[in-house]
Design a protein around this ligand. Structure first.
Ligand code: NAD
Length: 485
């Protein structure tokens, strides 16, 4: 199956923080790959903007290095890299000063899509937004892209929204959640709304529960001081996992249109119940003798830290479709395996005509985000061979890499896709301001609750599946987590 590439309109894209880690690892290599595929046309331009006093040539050299480091070798084509670098400029700008802005303005070309990627700390969003206008760099059609974290609570998210709204309309603001750019996450919408098969049974009557897992093997070494102010709830649940939950739970939008989709997601967030303290398990990894390494407290550089590197929650949605179907979310660092998936467990058939129930299991639809993006449907079949009617469960497995063949390698990664969506002016896969605020309005009381109670996270062994209490969260309800593999 060929991956179709439709070129986007020519653009001027300015990356504030163009010398930073995110630009080096994701944004610039991603743009190179879009150029290689022909999606970014030869008359588009990328301009790095950062505090470092660099010449254009020095910046181009650093882009060359990041391509060498972060683009797969077979995709590094010297002629294409040279052509790509020829379209890159640089301007030294301090977001808090007035220097550099007139030079940036002079680089903007009329008639091009104009986009500004704020790949800097959120504290600088206001300064940059203001100066883009003050110096006449942005116009009423320009787009801005902002990165996570979008606030650390409702008040700070609101403040950020207000600062941006002073200079840009909501239709110009692209809040990135790179989870929404993942191929499988979009496939979730295709599966739900492009097939008749699933939607009629996509409700509490037929679905027993949903599990959303984002398990990581990495620790927080090197960025512990930052992470310690955040924790798993702020870093993963309020944004990425909430978005996944919304895509599973939302009503069919009337059209695949940015505001129609985001309206439906917002309704889900507003229908979330407050989470009870007994439905929350927080954990912190500790070093183990056999696996070595350091504990979270060492990595966080705060011996007294109560920040969670793991969280599991039982979430209920109070609406007609989902009343009675809990959503269990869990995410953590330093776990047994790197694995992200959504598992939808269906209820048992209302009546069994078979005597033998030994191999009996429920149907489960598993949507794998990583590794090996794809879908799997666990179904019951007859165990092969003679010996009567014995049942067994087998997976109907669809790995996207297998289904799409070698073309799967050409599927753009989340950042590539999302940046192209910005140029196309399509906000469907970006979070709207009210969505972000609603998600914080749900998360804030949960965080405030454990802070007020002085809860300490339960320690779990590095390399394990997480704290014991998380197992109990499911056992209590007669259910169990899927293995983290
Ligand atoms: P970084 O510290 O590596 O880079 C920061 C960039 O901002 C540098 O280019 C620096 O020159 C520039 N900068 C700093 N102060 C400036 C000023 N006053 N004026 C102009 N430029 C200034 O940070 P990063 O890791 O690239 O992250 C950038 C943003 O993206 C942050 O908000 C971060 O939370 C977010 N983010 C990063 C990642 C990641 O993987 N690195 C992932 C998700 C979100």
């Amino acid at each position: 199956m060929a991956v179709r590439v439709i070129p986007v309109d020519p653009f001027d894209l300015v990356i504030f923080g163009g010398t930073g880690d995110l630009a080096r690892r994701k944004i610039l290599p991603g743009l190179y790959l879009r150029f290689l595929s022909g999606q970014m046309t030869a008359d588009s331009r990328i301009i790095g903007a950062a505090r470092a006093d660099l010449t254009e040539e020095a910046f181009r050299q650093s882009v060359r290095e990041s391509i060498a480091e972060f683009v797969p070798k077979p995709k590094q084509d010297e002629a294409v890299i040279s052509a790509f670098l020829g379209q890159i400029g640089y301007v030294t700008i301090d977001a808090k000063g007035e220097g550099g802005w007139p030079a940036l303005k002079a680089m903007m070309r009329p008639g091009m899509v104009r986009a500004f990627y704020f790949s800097v700390a959120p504290a600088l969003f206001g300064d940059i937004a203001e100066r883009l206008h003050l110096h006449g760099v942005a116009d009423g059609e320009s787009r801005i892209v902002v990165e996570k974290p979008f606030g650390r609570d409702l008040a700070s998210a609101r403040a950020l929204n207000e600062v941006l709204a002073q200079h840009f309309k909501e239709s110009q603001i692209y809040r990135i959640d790179h989870y929404l750019g993942k191929e499988t996450v979009q496939n979730l919408m295709a599966v739900r709304f492009a097939n008749i098969l699933f939607e009629p049974i996509w409700k509490a009557e037929y679905i027993d529960h949903v599990q959303i897992t984002v398990a990581e093997t990495v620790d927080v070494a090197g960025r512990g001081a930052y992470y310690d102010k955040s924790g798993a709830m702020r870093d993963m649940v309020q944004n990425h996992m909430m978005q996944l939950l919304c895509l599973i739970a939302m009503e069919p939008p009337y059209h695949f249109d940015p505001n129609a989709v985001r309206d439906e997601k917002l309704k889900v967030i507003r229908a979330l119940d407050a989470v009870k303290p007994e439905d929350i398990v927080r954990g912190q990894y500790r070093a183990t003798i056999d696996k070595g390494g350091d504990s979270y407290a060492v990595h966080s550089e705060n011996p007294e830290t109560r920040t969670e590197s793991y969280i599991a929650l039982k979430v209920n949605i109070s609406n007609w479709r989902w009343k009675g179907t809990p959503f269990y979310l869990r995410t953590g660092k330093k776990l047994r395996a790197r694995s992200s998936e959504i598992a939808i467990t269906f209820r048992e058939p209302p009546h069994s005509i078979f005597d033998d129930h030994t191999g009996w299991r429920e149907n489960v639809l598993v949507i794998r985000l990583q590794p090996n993006e794809g879908m799997e449907m666990m179904v019951m079949i007859k165990e092969p061979g003679p010996g009567g009617m014995r049942l067994t469960q087998v997976p109907l497995d669809m790995s996207f890499a297998d289904a799409l063949g070698s073309e799967a390698n050409d599927v753009p990664d989340a950042y590539e896709r999302l940046i192209m969506d910005v140029i196309r002016g399509n906000q469907t896969l970006f979070m709207r301001g009210d969505e972000v605020e609603a998600a914080w309005a749900w998360a804030d009381p949960i965080i405030q609750g454990w802070e007020a109670r002085g809860d300490r996270p339960q320690l779990y062994d590095a390399g394990s599946s997480g704290p014991e209490d998380a197992l109990m969260l499911m056992h209590r309800d007669g259910r169990r987590w899927r293995d983290i593999r």
